[in-house]
Design a protein around this ligand. Structure first.
Ligand code: HEC
Length: 280
């Protein structure tokens, strides 16, 4: 089919007109008589355009605090009782009650996952751990991530026992002159939860109940920020907790418990990556 010249001219004129019409529309849509959030308004006595939310309003997809996926505290953890002596030592009047979730006892935190984790859950936990936690805590949880290497507060290692017999990168720094690791002052024993230590409890992170790890991811702790927005799906947060537990098991695993083919691979010589300053 061939188009006559006059048809072409007519169609082009039409398309130019429609572009102008759409642009006009766009302008009107951008300029609506609606308030932008927190803009001043003459409508209400307090001159705000935004109305306060009704009590109990929840946002879309918000999990309620009594939802099993959000239950990381036991009834004891929700109504905390502080150790009498600790309370007296921080507040002689004894009136300051620690808030819900304060790590005054391991029994404040649940021991069981809200759902059964399968292999895919652990793999997803691994991806999320490597993306969100390893940069500080290190790939295997020895607190030797890149960020503390550059001077950020060093987290505690996930692995050591209270005796701290093995080297804990959370309490060591490298002496620049000798290149050797030396103890640095953190004020905490090695490998124990700093949150619990604040309440006078020596609680190895190795045996901390999983609810506490979920709480630290959700609320953050001390120098570590909350990861609630980075990992918004609560099931994903439990998967990360699962992976942290798997790391802890892996670092204290008994060779006898390994399947045969892995046992055999243990006997093969391998080059091992050493932390800086450690003997090769
Ligand atoms: C920006 C660095 C950083 C990132 C990212 C980070 N952490 Fe931490 N984490 C820390 C530091 C620092 C501390 C110790 C805080 C303190 O002593 O004030 C800590 C402490 C902890 C503790 C122990 C709390 C205690 O009572 O001693 C756990 C468990 C933990 N982090 C888990 C995680 C998990 C899981 C992730 C990933 C979802 C994560 N962290 C991401 C820096 C980080």
């Amino acid at each position: 089919m061939t188009l006559s010249m006059s048809t072409v001219v007519r169609y082009s004129a039409l398309s130019v007109l429609s572009v102008v019409a759409v642009a006009g529309c766009q302008q009107k849509m951008a300029d609506q008589p609606a308030h932008r959030p927190y803009e001043e308004s003459a409508m209400f006595a307090n001159k705000q355009s935004v109305r306060p939310l009704e009590p109990g309003v929840i946002h879309r997809n918000q999990k309620l605090s009594d939802d099993v996926m959000m239950t990381w505290l036991t009834p004891a953890g929700k109504s905390i009782k502080a150790d009498e002596e600790w309370l007296k030592s921080v507040d002689p009047t004894g009136k300051t009650a620690p808030p819900p979730g304060a790590p005054t006892s391991n029994d404040n935190f649940v021991k069981e996952f809200p759902f059964a984790l399968n292999e895919d859950d652990f793999k997803r936990g691994q991806v999320l751990y490597n993306a969100n936690c390893a940069l500080c805590h290190g790939g295997a949880g020895h607190a030797n991530g890149k960020i503390p290497e550059r001077g950020f507060l060093r987290p505690p290692s996930y692995h050591l026992d209270v005796k701290g017999e093995a080297k804990d990168w959370s309490t060591l720094t490298i002496n620049k002159e000798t290149g050797k690791p030396e103890p640095s002052y953190t004020g905490n024993p090695q490998g124990v939860s700093r949150g619990f230590y604040r309440y006078g409890k020596v609680q190895p992170l190795k045996d901390v109940n999983i609810g506490y790890i979920f709480q630290v991811i959700t609320w953050g702790y001390g120098g570590m920020g909350s990861h609630e927005t980075q990992i918004p799906d609560v099931a994903d947060r439990w998967r990360v907790v699962g992976y942290v537990r798997a790391l802890q098991l892996s670092q204290a695993a008994n060779a006898a418990d390994l399947p045969d083919e892995l046992k055999r691979s243990l006997d093969q010589p391998k080059s091992i990556a050493h932390a800086p300053g450690e003997k090769h």
